[in-house]
Design a protein around this ligand. Structure first.
Ligand code: 9D3
Length: 277
């Protein structure tokens, strides 16, 4: 277990250990980050010294006597807005300087529904940095000046409404950490990702060869590696065509891949006609 008893990162608040990438997470709900990572690859990455995680409770940086972090919106309307001072003070204290207007900053990322879409390409881009700061919004949003003058980047994890930026920050952390060299045992494991090849993955099977009457495709039991590779490639293409045709525009496809996809289209056309009859 962690040295700090129940702290999944084995760190006291604001304490760090040497790592390859350091994450600073600014949130009103630091407890939310504990359980998901208690028994995960992220925990092991921290223990192996590949990753350093530091949680910062934005409330600790509020200067008024009630430690208020939100306020009513100028112009009226419902809901509350996160005040700029506690967030700004927290980032300034952690960096050791005021980041405003500096060009030599690590990514200072605001998680917001209005951010640019988070993708595997963004995860790869972020994994090249040695430090990342993630700001989690709450309430109806964050004072616009944080977005404009403090954040260097804004990310959204998708078009659905969550209660705050904490879960998105965990998503970004998870996706970036597994790309850090040495975090996953097998370096091939990230290169072969479906989103790295640009296609959805082929189907996977393990023992038994027949389960509840459902057999594993025979080619996988054949021992013909070239045949297995060809089958997997085709199943990946078939799935992608069926479920995520948008991905095919970006995927690297060989002449053989294109011929297979064209053939699928023809077959699909045939079956559509059959179904209509
Ligand atoms: C009524 C307008 N809402 C915007 C769609 C307000 C609002 C809803 C939810 C403002 C903030 C939030 C909290 N969500 C996030 O902070 C958030 C988020 C998300 O909700 N979906 C996907 N990615 C992200 S990143 C941060």
């Amino acid at each position: 277990m962690g040295r700090a008893g129940g702290n999944p990162w084995g760190l006291q608040k604001n304490e760090t250990v040497g790592g390859v990438v350091r994450f600073d997470i600014f949130t009103l709900f630091p407890e939310m980050f504990k359980s998901p990572f208690e028994a995960s690859i992220i925990r092991r990455a921290c223990e192996a010294g590949r990753v350093t995680l530091a949680l910062h409770n934005v409330r600790d940086y509020a200067t008024d006597k009630h430690h208020q972090t939100d306020d009513t919106p100028y112009g009226g309307g419902g809901g509350m807005v996160m005040k700029p001072e506690p967030i700004w003070n927290a980032v300034e204290a952690v960096l050791g300087f005021d980041p405003a207007g500096r060009s030599d900053l690590p990514p200072l990322i605001l998680l917001t529904p209005q951010g640019r879409p988070f993708t595997q390409a963004v995860a790869r881009e972020l994994s090249a940095h040695e430090r990342l700061l993630l700001i989690c919004g709450r309430y109806e949003g964050v004072d616009e000046r944080v977005r404009q003058y403090l954040a260097t980047d804004e990310l959204s994890i998708g078009d659905y409404v969550l209660t705050g930026g904490e879960v998105p920050a965990m998503v970004v952390l998870d996706a970036v950490v597994r790309l850090i060299p040495g975090v996953l045992g097998d370096p091939g494991a990230t290169a072969d990702d479906s989103h790295a090849t640009g296609l959805l993955e082929y189907p996977h099977y393990t023992r038994p060869a027949v389960y509840r009457g459902h057999p594993v495709p025979e080619v996988l039991l054949s021992g013909h590696h070239a045949e297995v590779d060809r089958w997997r490639r085709r199943e990946a293409l078939r799935r992608t065509q069926e479920r995520r045709p948008d991905l095919l525009d970006q995927a690297e496809l060989s002449q053989a891949d294109r011929e297979f996809l064209d053939q699928l289209q023809v077959e699909e056309g045939d079956s559509t006609v059959l179904k209509r009859e």
